[in-house]
Design a binder for this molecule. Structure first.
Ligand SMILES: Nc1ncnc2c1ncn2[C@@H]1O[C@H](COP(=O)(O)OP(=O)(O)OP(=O)(O)O)[C@@H](O)[C@H]1O
Ligand SMILES: [Mg+2]
Length: 304
């Protein structure tokens, strides 16, 4: 596209019309259209989620959301308990919070580990005879979305308690039987599908079939549009962000294709952008956020 300079003239009106005619030529318009289309096609917008309630009210969730948020929210609304499975850092915990917000329900969360005792779910009786309540009791009795983070890392005896809570409409807490609230929903997240440890996630428990059967399963992969936005929001210059994303995605692909146990999560890309924005060098940011002590042979395999 060329735009001829307008001939110098004191007549501003004439100058403007000369300029307008330069832009108005059909060839220029077609070129501009093509350029705009090409630019837009290369931009992937992160999902924004708007909830429309049955009474016609709408509510837009603040910030960007994972594109799977709508599926998870719909499943909860349909009365399902949901198990989100995906690699580390893909946004599962955030989806659990946002789904509760979307449904106007309180959000609770605990992270399970092999040492988490059942009393953390059920509460316990003190020597004085007073019952100490738990977050789970709050949600079970009064409604809310309860998120079991690291579900596949919980001790089987605790998973059995959860299974009992979901199987029945009531549950024996240390002080009394409690009826499950109609708005109680369980959401769980895990790095594995509950069939035991994988190469990347060692030490994960196999979840028994009866417990797994109570959940709708949603796979949560990396949402690249969301990752783009999180990286850009670090304030790092655009071309540097693009460099980080290209690098991280190449390593992520290599790790997958070569069956490596390394996890290159969106936390790594966002963390790298933060370090670079704070003035750290490219090499030292990679060392801290991506390589993290990986031996020479594995590193060569990952970046090769
Ligand atoms: N929609 C979002 N908006 C803003 N930040 C987000 C969003 N989703 C994820 N994040 C950020 O990305 C990081 C990872 O998200 P999150 O903890 O939800 O992932 P996860 O899948 O639960 O990870 P893990 O498997 O390790 O438990 C967090 O720092 C979180 O704040
Ligand atoms: Mg999590």
């Amino acid at each position: 596209m060329t735009v001829a300079a307008a001939a110098p003239t004191p007549d501003i009106q004439a100058a403007l019309s000369t300029l307008a005619s330069a832009f108005a030529s059909p060839v220029d318009r077609a070129e501009i259209d093509a350029m705009v289309k090409e630019a837009v096609a290369n931009v992937v917008f992160p999902t924004r989620t708007v909830i429309e309630r049955a009474n016609g009210e709408t509510k837009e969730l603040s910030g960007s959301t994972h594109h799977k948020l709508a599926d998870v929210t719909t499943a909860i609304l349909a009365g399902e308990h949901v198990l989100m499975v995906g690699p580390a850092g893909t946004g599962k915990s955030t989806i659990a919070e946002q789904a509760a917000e979307a449904l106007g329900l309180k959000s609770y969360s605990i992270s399970l580990s092999p040492q988490t005792p059942a009393s953390q779910l059920l509460g316990y009786m003190q020597a004085t005879g007073d019952y100490v309540r738990s977050l789970f009791r709050e949600a079970y009795e009064h409604g809310g979305v309860f998120h079991f983070d690291e579900f596949d890392n919980g001790h089987p005896s605790v998973l059995a308690v959860i299974n009992g809570a979901l199987a029945n409409g009531h549950m024996a807490f240390p002080d009394q039987m409690v009826k499950r609230h109609a708005d109680f929903r369980a959401v769980a997240s895990a790095n594995t599908y509950g069939r035991g440890a994988t190469r990347a996630y060692v030490g994960r428990q196999a979840i028994d079939a009866a417990t797994l059967d109570r959940f709708s399963v949603e796979t949560i992969e990396v949402d690249e549009a969301l990752e783009n936005e999180l990286c850009h929001s670090t304030g790092l210059e655009v071309d540097q962000v693009e460099r980080v994303l290209a690098y991280v995605r190449k390593l992520r692909r290599n790790a997958e294709e070569r069956g490596m146990t390394v996890v290159v999560s969106p936390r790594a890309s966002v963390g790298m952008c933060r370090l670079l924005a704070a003035g750290r060098s490219w090499e030292s940011s990679i060392e801290s956020r991506i390589r993290r002590g990986l031996g020479d042979t594995d590193w060569a395999k990952l970046i090769g």
